[in-house]
Design a protein around this ligand. Sequence first.
Ligand code: ZN
Length: 345
Amino acid sequence: MQTLTLRRPDDWHLHLRDGAMLAGVIGDSSRHFARAIIMPNLVPPVVTVANARAYRQRILDVLPAGDRFEPLMTLYLTEGSSPDDIEEGFRSGLVTAVKLYPAGATTNSHGGVRDFDKAMPALERMAKIGMPLCVHGEVTTPEVDIFDREAVFIETVLDPLRQRLPDLKVTMEHVTTSDGVDYIQTSAGNLAGTITTHHLVINRNAILVGGIRPHYYCLPVAKRESHRLALRKAATSGDPRFFLGTDSAPHVDPLKECGCGCAGIYTSINTMSCLAHVFEQEGALDRLEAFASLNGPAWYGLAPNEETITMVRRDRPVAFPEKIETGAGPVTVFDPMFPLHWEVA
Ligand SMILES: [Zn+2]
């Protein structure tokens, strides 16, 4: 029987939502992951340190007994964000990063940034104190094709911002294109990227071929195959600038399976099994630990977890539920469209 032991992984981009949904999904993350960067796009969003403190407590309140899980909080950057509040949150250790959503980029992002000049005081302060900015890297201008939005964002927003604030540490989240991979690899420093589980598995055909499949729809949307291959290469390379951020983003099925379905794929429950499969296919099982457990903490200036997990390769496929039931309703689990043989023991 093949086994693989690695430091306990962390998830550097996670949506836990709130209320009944939070209570229904938290255990799927805390079972395998020790820490996660928690996205702030609630309704209303987490914009102040006080909001983050209260949200963190709501997460801890529903954590399954016995699980040790550290939510790493983020603040939602707005044009009115207070540099002093951000700095206080960072220095106190409560807030790990600030999240930039271009207005309208994804679920609950209408309060995001339109005019970067207005957010500049906060960004300048972050550059000064070494606080990372997590970026949803897509432009939202209607003229730009949805499949080009990441590449255009790099050219028209991210690169000018980084030239303006070279000391600002930027995490380019959920990289989905070879353009994103190239940009990170050719940058001198202060830039890293997270890659989701599902973008290593699906390309855009999964959403559109043979009928429209809402459970493969997420933002940034999956791209063509050449991009998926570039992501796999980056993730399995061991390059410390790439690490796991699942972007696991639950929505109840009625909000996915309708005339205007929400963006988001739920992968917390089977991410480690999917990743082991991908890394095995790439002949890189020995680099899964770097991607899932080492590169992320190094980037955020944290120690890797002391505990380990052991993954076991079963002869028979491992069964995951098709859906999980939450107090908010059913949530469909990501189906990688191949049998999963690895499981966390
Ligand atoms: Zn996200």
